[in-house]
Design a protein around this ligand. Structure first.
Ligand code: HEM
Length: 519
């Protein structure tokens, strides 16, 4: 027995310690030395744990800790703009000011996403959001025209208007009924609207999420999968797939992914069935010319054998997620901030009334959207206060200097969008919701870093759907506020904001919806 144990120690444990643990430990002590000047939480006395045990499992409490750290490192006295948390032996460095990002975010050698994104791969595989290097570059070149072409954006206006009208009509069911005052969570209404929009604009598919009413399976599954991924990232024991897949959470993720992949696969198959037909026959028997969409540009690549069906599916999954959830979160948060600031709401109403001359039905044109200067400032300020994507992560590909601090190759850098937006050097009294910061007062790069406001990230890995989203938001919000007033009394603290892939209130935002009272 003794001999057996000795032989196990010699053949398994000893090489494991020498070849695996010792190099990791040496690297860890070197990094601890390199990053000693970056503010951090006190390191745990439990070896190999780092700060993990200080991360509260309640997501909103953990999010509050991150914000506290960000505000500390932005203070004048020790303004490093960086803080570090130790994930076991690995440092996670958070960049929290525009200046700290300047040398990194736009650097073409620093575009690789971090290890955290691999947890999205069971869902999005390596589509545009999660891919790297040559694959990402080729895809980005291929897809960009589908969302940046001005003529295409004009075509999208029709879809934005149609779906916004359905959305506004659905809100009639939330109107105060007699004396009874009831507050409603508008998120299910908003998210089904943005889902209908992205499916029709990018895939020419009518998923009719809004007209099917109630909660939508796709929207629910998206929220659940984001939550599971977030939970897994913070629980290293769940990282190996062979463990995770056997746990209840892993099995639940697999179930939810069946729903999401089922929807995207059906969209592709339906489009493929008619892809080569130039004209198709409508239900009324008329010939209609097809509108070419994003999905067609992918299918054309499949015809020329540049992409496979799986390649197309990963992009459809990516756009169905990024294209609806981020925009829905933005609109929900913007409604919340307008609904809790009556003075801002009055100005939004006044601007929209002036543009549409009180007409509640006329579709919003591109010119109308461009003249919504105040609404534009309100949306920007809302995205500053509650950015839908709280952080994005990259892995340093080479050593670089950030605000005088060397960051070593291989380190995960968190571009902490939420933290950056609360830097009081760039935005005095950052907690205050003040759309005037963005209203008719252009700020120079000397006054505010170009990276101080980055809800769509920045540089060449920025959001490909930015222009699409900005137009969509204006059409939906102007359609809503032409007809209704919103009122909410919850404070931001009460919402228990949680940083997941998309930022979410753990407590649903409840609105009282009323018809506008015209003087
Ligand atoms: C207000 C709404 C939106 C916000 C705040 C937003 C924000 C972002 C951010 C911060 C990133 C960088 C993610 C990262 O580096 O991990 C990103 C990337 C991306 N977004 Fe958006 N997004 C929005 C709307 C959209 C829409 C409508 C679409 C699709 C039409 C879209 C498609 C994408 C894609 C595909 C990427 C990956 C781009 C790449 O890596 O090349 N987004 N978005």
């Amino acid at each position: 027995m003794m001999l057996l144990s000795l032989s196990i120690i010699c053949t398994v444990l000893f090489p494991f310690v020498i070849y695996y643990l010792v190099p990791i430990w040496i690297k860890y002590t070197k990094l601890r030395r390199d990053y000693r000047n970056i503010p951090s939480l006190p390191i745990s006395r439990i070896p190999f744990v780092g700060n993990i045990h200080q991360f509260d499992q309640r997501q909103h409490v953990f999010s509050r800790l991150l914000m506290h750290m960000a505000r500390e490192c932005q203070k004048e006295q020790q303004r490093t703009g960086l803080f570090c948390l130790w994930y076991s032996l690995w440092p996670m460095i958070f960049a929290c000011t525009g200046e700290t990002l300047a040398t990194f975010i736009n650097n073409s050698k620093q575009l690789v996403k971090s290890f955290d994104y691999t947890f999205m791969e069971p869902w999005l595989k390596t589509g545009l959001l999660t891919s790297n290097n040559a694959k990402w570059r080729t895809r980005r070149r291929l897809i960009t025209p589908s969302f940046h072409n001005t003529q295409l954006l004009h075509n999208f206006m029709l879809i934005f208007n149609e779906q916004s009208c359905v959305f506004a009509k659905r809100l009639e069911e939330c109107i105060r009924n007699g004396e009874e005052v009831k507050a409603y969570d508008l998120y299910p209404y908003i998210s089904t609207c943005t889902l209908d929009i992205i499916a029709e604009a990018a895939m020419d598919k009518h998923v009719e999420a809004q007209s099917s009413g109630g909660k939508n399976e796709f929207v629910e599954a998206t929220g659940r999968v984001c939550c599971i991924i977030n939970h897994r990232i913070r629980s290293p024991w769940m990282w190996p797939a062979w463990i995770f897949d056997r746990l209840p959470l892993g099995r639940e993720q697999a179930e939810q992914l069946k729903i999401l992949h089922g929807v995207s696969r059906k969209i592709i198959e339906d489009r493929l069935a008619t892809f080569n037909a130039e004209n198709i026959t409508s239900d009324s028997g008329k010939k209609v010319t097809r509108r070419l969409v994003f999905l067609d540009s992918l299918l054309a690549q499949m015809n020329s054998e540049q992409l496979t069906l799986d390649d197309i599916q990963e992009e459809v999954d990516t756009f169905m997620f990024e294209g609806h959830d981020t925009t829905a979160a933005t609109i929900n948060f913007t409604c919340y901030l307008i609904g809790s600031h009556p003075n801002v709401q009055a100005k939004v109403h006044a601007e929209i009334d002036a543009i549409f001359s009180g007409d509640k039905e006329r579709p919003c044109t591109m010119e109308d959207a461009q003249s919504m200067i105040y609404l534009d400032a309100v949306i920007k300020e809302s995205m500053r206060i509650l950015p839908p994507v709280p952080f994005v992560m990259r892995e340093a590909q080479e050593d670089f200097i950030c605000n005088g601090q060397t960051i070593r190759k291989g380190t995960t850098l968190y571009i902490f969008i939420y933290g950056v937006h609360y830097d009081s050097n760039a935005f005095p009294q950052p907690e205050r919701f003040d759309p005037d910061r963005f209203y008719q007062s252009p700020v120079t790069d000397e006054e505010r870093s170009p990276y101080a406001f980055i809800p769509f990230s920045a540089g060449s890995r920025n959001c490909i759907g930015q222009r699409f989203a900005q137009l969509e938001e204006k059409v939906i919000l102007s359609t809503l506020f032409r007809r209704y007033s919103l009122h909410t009394t919850q404070t931001i603290d009460e919402l228990q904001i949680s940083f997941e892939a998309i930022m979410r209130p753990a407590v649903p935002i409840k609105f009282i919806v009323e018809h506008r009272h015209f003087q």
